[in-house]
Design a protein around this ligand. Structure first.
Ligand SMILES: [Fe+2]
Length: 281
């Protein structure tokens, strides 16, 4: 059977992708950001997942105001990096595990989570930056990638509780797939940041750290954080963190935190990263 072995929480700041693509990661500004991922790259090499179920949001790249799916599951054969204005990032095309993706689609709908099914989709920095952070520069992504795009751009985004319960359903779907696969679930976005108006530049390290603590130790309480708290404490774009609850919901209740990294700033965002492993039973 397929198994969810671990979860990865990770910011997906676009400037991180630019820093990697332009080979300036050892500059003093960027060095501490990437230092925190050295252990993560060792970890993922050891775990060597077959599939990454990657929860991210599209930033008006594949979708625009003409179509706003709350949850869009990628079942296409592959997902090319999108041109976000400066040409597509020079990173590999993400190849899907279509059988598992189709199984998850069927399982979720029958489990009463109605997905938008994406038979074609390009993917932006929301998906490619976390893969780059975890794998570095590679010719091919070492794992198959199943993308789940969550709307956190047009209000209202889904609640943390909805995302948490969806994560549980994703976990059930994966665990009922009849092929021996190791799956790691990524939840991406955040941490605290606001890109516009009077509070632009807002960063709240205390709140971010509390969020990471809660995510590990009391995921139900974390999933109950209301939108207004994200807005007030983590800024208007901090609400991206609802996507981390999908990852957490897919894991067991008790997990082992094997790595954490937090750094301010990258661009105008706090970078947060956590690795949680299911405790083997
Ligand atoms: Fe984002």
């Amino acid at each position: 059977m397929a198994h969810v072995v671990a979860g990865v929480g990770c910011s997906h700041v676009p400037a991180i992708g630019v820093a990697m693509d332009t080979h300036i990661t050892d500059q003093p500004y960027w060095q501490p950001v990437f230092k925190g991922f050295e252990k993560s790259r060792e970890w993922i090499k050891q775990v060597d997942p077959d599939v990454i179920f990657l929860v991210y949001n599209d930033h008006c790249t594949a979708f625009d105001s003409s179509m706003i799916p709350t949850f869009a599951l990628g079942v296409a054969a592959e997902f090319a990096p999108a041109d976000e204005g400066w040409g597509p990032r020079p990173v590999p095309v993400a190849k899907n595990h279509q059988k598992l993706a189709s199984h998850i689609a069927q399982s979720l709908v029958l489990d009463e989570f109605d997905m938008t099914i994406m038979n074609e989709m390009e993917v932006d920095h929301g998906l490619t930056v976390p893969l780059s952070l975890m794998y570095g520069e590679v010719d091919e992504w070492p794992a198959k990638v199943i993308p789940l795009a969550v709307n956190v751009v047009q209000y209202p985004p889904p609640t943390g509780n909805r995302c948490f319960n969806l994560g549980k359903a994703v976990g059930r779907a994966i665990e009922s797939f009849d092929e021996d696969l190791k799956v790691v679930v990524f939840g991406t976005g955040g941490m605290s940041h606001q890109l516009q108006y009077k509070r632009a530049g807002l960063i709240n390290p205390e709140w971010d750290k509390r969020f990471l603590d809660l995510l590990t130790q009391d995921p139900v309480a974390a999933s109950k954080i209301p939108h207004v708290e994200y807005l007030r404490e983590a800024g208007s774009e901090g609400v991206e963190m609802v996507m981390w609850h999908v990852m957490r919901g897919a894991l067991d209740e008790k997990v082992r935190e094997v790595h954490r990294h937090y750094h301010v700033p990258a661009s105008n965002t706090a970078v947060g990263h956590i690795i949680l492993e299911n405790v083997a039973d």
